[in-house]
Design a protein around this ligand. Structure first.
Ligand code: SF4
Ligand SMILES: [Zn+2]
Ligand SMILES: [Zn+2]
Length: 310
């Protein structure tokens, strides 16, 4: 089979478009897609001090790799990596080692913070403690909320102006569908390539350079570029609602290639409509920590109170 673009030997089949591409044309297509997202959604400025939330998985490693190349052409920009050690036995060590290796290879400064040191408990310990309360949340709910908060606080301390995450197309449409099924339209209104409907000085804007890249493409790109990443899965990942949603969307994509792109497109058309109706006026401040929240306590303070964390 010949490459649809340069007619050299094709190595990669893109089922969503029906195209066969050679390695070079695939790399070009992938990077073009990321650059277009950054440009059209104004994710970065040439003077940004950006931190990549680096887990050691393929997605954040690819973000770091691509932003590092862009950063070389923007002398006033800065780029660092922040990794969070949630304390998930077996899995965490491997992923943190991979994160360290990719930073070393690219010559990027890495900051590592742990749940244990910052919150007093590892995620494993938090999950154990949650079993003692009525209706405990899934591990991912605790992990996501606490990790996001720690990343934001540390980024603020480091003077970071943008926090880049590895969310890809699959993650984004899974989140959209989960929010839709839960009837949480306010959360859909807060989605997008750059996160946050409301500007607040305590909140570092989060950007998603890979938001338009299918997960399989991210993996192929990482392999072609020989970017080191950890392949083992977090032991808590399958317990979540997200796992079911992932299976459903993957099955639809298999039968109807291109559906994932269509779902993202539909979500993006919905976001501005929902934003205009979002309950912006109802946002207030958490009465404990002062962060923005729609209730009287933010999610982090709710978790800390429920589980008696320091
Ligand atoms: S799968 Fe869940 S528990 Fe594991 S790292 Fe991701 S959010 Fe955290
Ligand atoms: Zn080609
Ligand atoms: Zn709070």
């Amino acid at each position: 089979m010949k490459c649809a673009r340069c007619k050299r030997k094709a190595e990669i089949e893109l089922k969503y478009s029906g195209e066969f591409l050679c390695d070079n044309c695939f790399i070009e297509l992938f990077e073009k897609r990321v650059r277009k997202n950054i440009r059209t959604n104004r994710l970065l400025k040439s003077t940004d001090k950006t931190a990549v939330a680096l887990s050691g998985g393929k997605d954040s490693a690819v973000v770091l790799y691509i932003l590092n190349n862009l950063h070389k052409n923007a002398p006033k920009s800065e780029l660092v990596a922040i990794s969070i050690d949630q304390g998930i036995e077996k899995y965490q060590k491997k992923s943190l080692n991979a994160a360290k290796a990719v930073c070393k290879k690219l010559g990027i400064e890495q900051y590592v913070y742990s749940f244990k040191k910052e919150l007093g408990l590892t995620l494993d310990e938090i999950v154990e403690r949650s079993k003692k309360i009525e209706n405990p949340a899934p591990a991912c709910s605790y992990c996501g909320v606490l990790r996001r908060k720690l990343l934001n606080d540390k980024a603020k301390e480091l003077g970071i102006t943008k926090l880049a995450t590895g969310h890809n197309l699959n993650d984004e449409i899974q989140t959209g569908l989960m929010n839709f099924i839960r009837g949480d339209l306010d959360r859909i209104a807060r989605m997008g390539a750059i996160v946050g409907v409301i500007k607040d000085e305590g909140f570092i804007p989060r950007i998603k350079p890979l938001r338009e890249c299918p997960e399989d493409d991210v993996k192929i790109y990482a392999e072609l570029k020989k970017i080191e990443f950890e392949t083992s899965k977090c032991p808590y990942s399958e317990e979540a609602f997200r796992g079911t949603i992932r299976e459903v969307i993957d099955r639809i994509e298999e039968k109807h290639p291109g559906s994932k792109f269509q779902l993202l497109k539909a979500t993006d058309q919905l976001i501005p409509i929902l934003r205009s109706k979002a309950k912006v006026g109802k946002i207030g401040r958490c009465r404990i920590c002062g962060d923005l929240t729609s209730g009287s306590l933010c999610k982090v303070c709710q978790i800390k109170r429920e589980l008696d964390l320091g």
